[in-house]
Design a protein around this ligand. Structure first.
Ligand code: ADP
Ligand code: ZN
Length: 749
C-alpha cells in the first residue's frame, strides 16, 4: 500500500456477505486504517466488516448492468458510494502482513477471501458477543490484621494455599484447592481475605499454580540447534528424537525473540494442548503467555485474543488456528510435531497450518521452526535435497537416556494353530506383569475404539452396515449399541441377520473396549484408564484422565492415537502397540507407510522418558514391512530415503502436488456424469494430470454419494487456478452436485 495523505475509499470484507469485497467512502475526518473492524450499511442493515485496503481513487467501476449496482448503490442510477458508519476500534484486528497472508491463502487454496478471513478469527471474536465480564476476585490480606478470630486447621491450610498463589479468581481457587465458594467467603468475612467483584479478563491461565522456571544450561546439540534457529533466514527443521529437549530449545528461542521486542507463536497439535504442555510455557513466560484453544470458554477465547491484539500477551500457544493470532511484531513461529495431520483443517478453507506458518513467517520476516522426531517427507526433502529449509539435528535424549529397546512380535505365530490371534502375545503379557510388579506404568495403544470393529452374522458372514453411510458399524459392548463412526448414528444390534435371517451374531476384531475387558481377565488387579473418543466426551476429561495417570492413580493407560503424542510420563517404562498393521493397510492412502512409521516412533517415544529404561513391544502380522522395520530400529533417515525413492518413482508428493476434488450429491448417476465432465475439462489444462474419476473410498456418507478426482501437478497454484476456472469457489456449493476442493490433500477418504 503506497503512502497516501487522504485515503478516500475503503475496500471492506463483510463477514456475512462472502463472495466479494465492497467499496465504502471514508467519512471526512475519520481515521480509517487497514485491518480495522468497522460497521457498514449493506442493504439497509448494519454489518460488521474489516478494512482490507485503502485508496485515493474509487476502485469501483460501475458496470452497465443495473443488477450489478443494486447491491452497492441501492436503486440510485448514479453511483453513490455509502460511507463507513463507524470504526469499532482504532487498533486494527489484522496487520497488513496478515491481510497479505489471507490473500495468499484465498488464492492458494482457492477459497473466497472472506472465508479465509473468517478462519483467522475465533468465533467469539467475530460475533463480538463476549464483552468483558465481572468475576469474584480473591486476595489475601497481608499481613493478616491482629485480633482476627482463630482459624481451624483446615481453614489455616486453605488460607496458606491462597497466600502461596497470591489469590485469584474465586471459581478457579475453588477448583484448585477442592473447596467451595462459601468456605472461601467465610475466610473473607473473618478478615483474612478480600473477595470482590471486579472486571477480570477471563484468562485460562489465571489462578493456575505455576512454578517459575529458569532457562536450563543447554546440551551441545541444543546449543547448536538454537544457534541455527537464531542465525538462519530460512525456516529451520528441528529434527530431534523424542526426549531430546526440543521444548527447551523452543523456549530459549522465544526468550531471544522477546528480548528483541518481538512476539512468538507456538503451534501444537490439538491433542497435546494439555495443561502439562501449557504450564511449561507459562512457567517460563508467565503472564505474557496467551492460550488459544477450542476447549476454552467463549469468554476466555475472546479475552485472550484481544489481549494478544493489544500486545499484552506476546507468546501465543495454540492449535492450528493460532497461526493467525494477531501478535504484534511477530518474530518467531514454532510448529511442534510438524508432521501431525491435525495441522490440516478438514473443512473449507482446507489449509495446512504448517504451510501457512512458513508463509506468514516469510511475509513478516519472522523466524520459523518446524520440530519433529519424524518429520513429514515434504519437510524432510525441503531440508535435505532442496535446501529450502535449514536442518538442525538433536539425535540424543537429554541426560543420555537410551531410546527404548523395541521387540517385534509376529502375530501369525503368537496364537494357537487354528485359533484367532490373541489380543496380547505371551511376551507382552510377561512384560506387563513385570512392569506392574516393579511399580512402573505402561501404555497400550490400539488405533480402534469401541469393542469390536464389525458385527458379523455367524451364518452368512455379512457385517451390519450403516444405512446412511458406506461404513460397517462398530459394536460397543458397554451400552450394547452398534455405532457408525462416520455419522454418529447408533442402533441396537438386530435380533436376526437382515441378509439371511440367522439369529447368530459375533463381534469380530478388537477395539479398545474389548482390550479393556481382556486386560481385566489377564491382570485383574491392574488399574486401567481407557482414553478414546468415547471416554473423553466432556470438556476437561481428557486432561483429567492424563492427570490421574500422571499421579499414578492407574497402572495402564490404554488408548487410541489420542495418547500417541507429546505426552511425557517419567514412570512409563513399557509401551505395547497391539496392532501395527491397522494404519498400514489403508490401500487408498499413499502415506500409509509414513503414518505407520510416525505412529510407532511416536508411541515408542513415550517409553523410558525418565531415568528408567524403556521397553516397546510391537505386535504385527507384517514384521518384514520396511516401515515397521525402520520404526523398530528408530531409523528415520533410512525410512525417509526408502520411502522417498518409492514416491519419486511413482511421481507422488513430495515430488508432485496432489489435490482432491470431491463431488457429492444425492443421485449417483448425476454425480458420475458431473465427475466425468470435470475430469474432461481439467484434462484440457496443460501441466495437470487428472486421474480417472472414481467413487471415493468412503463412497457414501450421511445419505450423500461421493466421487473423487485426484489431480497431480508440479504446483498447487496451477491446480487451484484450473479448478477456479472450472467452477469458482462460491459456485461450488450450488446445485445438487456440490464440489469440495482440497489442495495438498491429506485425508483421501
Ligand atoms: P522433546 O520435546 O524433544 O521430546 P523435552 O523438551 O520434553 O523433549 O525434554 C525432555 C526432558 O529433558 C524434559 O524433562 C526436559 O525438562 C529435560 N531437559 C531438556 N533440556 C534439558 C537440559 N538442557 N538440561 C537438563 N534437562 C533438560
Ligand atoms: Zn453413518
Amino acid at each position: 500500500m503506497a503512502a497516501m495523505d487522504t485515503p478516500m475509499y475503503a475496500q471492506v470484507a463483510i463477514e456475512q456477505v462472502p463472495g466479494r469485497l465492497f467499496t465504502y467512502a471514508v467519512p471526512e475526518g475519520a481515521e480509517v486504517r487497514v485491518g480495522q473492524s468497522v460497521t457498514v450499511p449493506w442493504r439497509r442493515v448494519y454489518h460488521r466488516g474489516y478494512v482490507i485496503a485503502l485508496s485515493a481513487e474509487c476502485p469501483y467501476v460501475p458496470k452497465a448492468a443495473p443488477e450489478a449496482q443494486g447491491d452497492l448503490f441501492g436503486e440510485a442510477p448514479a453511483p453513490r458510494i455509502k460511507a463507513i458508519e463507524r470504526v469499532e476500534d482504532p487498533l486494527p484486528y489484522f496487520s497488513e502482513g496478515t491481510i497479505r497472508l489471507l490473500r495468499w491463502m484465498a488464492e492458494y487454496y482457492d477459497v473466497g477471501f472472506t472465508l479465509a478471513l473468517r478462519s483467522a478469527l475465533p468465533a467469539p471474536v467475530r460475533e463480538g458477543r463476549s464483552q468483558a465480564r465481572e468475576r469474584y476476585v480473591v486476595a489475601p490480606v497481608l499481613p493478616p490484621p491482629p485480633h482476627l478470630p482463630p482459624l481451624s486447621k483446615r481453614q489455616k491450610a486453605l488460607y496458606e494455599d491462597i497466600v502461596r498463589v497470591d489469590g485469584g479468581l474465586l471459581a478457579r481457587l475453588c477448583e484448585e484447592f477442592s473447596t467451595t465458594a462459601p468456605t472461601i467467603r467465610r475466610l473473607a468475612k473473618m478478615g483474612y481475605l478480600t473477595c470482590e467483584r471486579k472486571e477480570a479478563p477471563r484468562s485460562p491461565l489465571a489462578g493456575r499454580r505455576v512454578l517459575p522456571s529458569q532457562p536450563l544450561p543447554l546440551t551441545a546439540s541444543q546449543a547448536e540447534a538454537l544457534g541455527v534457529i537464531l542465525r538462519e533466514e530460512r525456516p529451520v527443521l528441528l529434527f530431534g528424537v523424542t526426549g531430546s529437549g526440543k521444548t527447551e530449545v523452543y523456549m530459549q528461542a522465544i526468550a531471544a525473540t522477546l528480548e528483541e521486542g518481538r512476539g512468538a507463536i507456538v503451534l501444537v497439535p490439538e491433542i497435546s494442548l494439555t495443561p502439562q504442555t501449557v504450564s511449561r510455557f507459562a512457567a517460563r513466560f508467565g503472564g505474557q503467555v496467551a492460550l488459544l484453544h477450542s476447549a476454552l470458554s467463549d469468554g476466555e477465547r475472546h479475552d485472550e485474543w484481544h489481549r494478544i491484539r493489544r500486545g499484552q500477551a506476546r507468546v501465543v500457544v495454540g492449535p492450528r488456528s493460532a497461526v493467525f493470532a494477531p501478535v504484534r511484531r511477530l518474530g518467531l513461529i514454532i510448529v511442534d510435531e510438524e508432521h501431525d495431520t491435525g495441522y490440516k483443517q478438514d473443512e473449507s478453507p482446507r489449509y495446512s497450518a504448517r504451510d501457512v506458518a512458513v508463509m506468514r513467517a516469510h511475509i513478516e520476516h519472522a523466524r520459523c521452526v518446524l520440530g519433529s522426531a519424524t518429520p513429514s517427507l515434504e519437510s524432510w526433502r525441503n531440508a535435505t535435497e532442496l535446501g529450502k529449509y535449514a536442518l538442525a539435528r538433536m539425535p540424543d535424549r537429554v541426560g543420555g537416556a537410551e531410546l527404548p529397546s523395541v521387540t517385534l512380535i509376529d502375530l501369525r505365530e503368537a496364537g494357537k494353530p487354528g485359533e484367532p490371534s490373541p489380543i496380547f502375545s505371551e511376551p507382552l503379557i510377561d512384560a506387563l506383569k513385570g512392569c506392574l510388579a516393579r511399580g512402573e506404568q505402561a501404555i497400550l495403544f490400539l488405533n480402534r475404539r469401541g469393542y469390536a470393529p464389525t458385527y458379523q452374522c455367524a451364518a452368512c458372514g455379512e457385517p451390519i452396515t450403516c444405512e446412511h453411510c458406506a461404513a460397517k458399524l462398530t459394536y460397543h459392548a458397554k451400552d450394547d449399541t452398534l455405532r457408525c463412526h462416520l455419522c454418529g448414528r447408533w442402533r441396537r444390534p438386530p435380533a436376526k441377520c437382515p441378509t439371511c435371517g440367522a439369529p447368530l451374531f459375533r463381534p469380530l476384531g478388537v477395539g479398545t473396549q474389548r482390550v479393556e475387558q481382556a486386560l481385566g481377565k489377564i491382570l485383574p488387579q491392574a488399574r486401567v484408564i481407557r482414553m478414546d473418543a468415547d471416554s473423553t466426551g466432556r470438556r476437561h476429561s481428557h486432561d483429567e484422565l492424563l492427570s490421574a495417570f500422571r499421579a499414578k492413580e492407574a497402572d495402564i493407560l490404554l488408548g487410541t492415537q489420542m495418547i500417541a503424542k507429546g505426552l511425557d510420563f517419567p514412570n512409563v517404562t513399557l509401551v505395547g502397540i497391539l496392532s501395527a498393521d491397522r494404519s498400514l493397510n489403508i490401500a487408498y492412502d499413499f502415506r500409509a507407510a509414513e503414518r505407520t512409521f510416525q505412529l510407532i516412533a511416536q508411541v515408542s517415544g513415550r517409553a523410558g522418558r525418565g531415568v528408567l529404561p524403556g521397553q516397546v513391544f510391537v505386535q504385527t502380522f507384517q514384521p518384514e514391512h520396511p516401515a515397521i522395520r525402520a520404526a523398530c530400529a528408530c531409523d528415520y533417515e533410512r525410512f525417509a530415503a526408502d520411502e522417498l525413492a518409492l514416491r519419486r518413482a511413482q511421481g507422488l508428493p513430495p515430488f508432485s502436488r496432489l489435490a482432491c476434488l470431491t463431488l457429492t450429491g444425492p443421485d449417483p448417476a448425476a454425480l458420475e456424469r458431473a465427475a466425468g465432465e470435470a475430469a474432461r475439462a481439467l484434462a484440457r489444462t496443460p501441466g495437470l494430470e487428472t486421474l480417472p474419476p472414481m467413487p471415493a473410498p468412503l463412497e457414501r456418507k450421511d445419505d450423500l454419494w461421493r466421487w473423487q478426482l485426484l489431480i497431480k501437478a508440479p504446483s498447487s497454484l496451477r491446480i487451484a487456478r484450473a479448478c477456479h476456472a472450472l467452477r469458482p469457489p462460491d459456485a461450488r456449493t450450488e446445485g445438487p452436485v456440490k464440489a469440495l476442493l482440497d489442495i495438498d490433500a491429506v485425508f483421501l477418504a
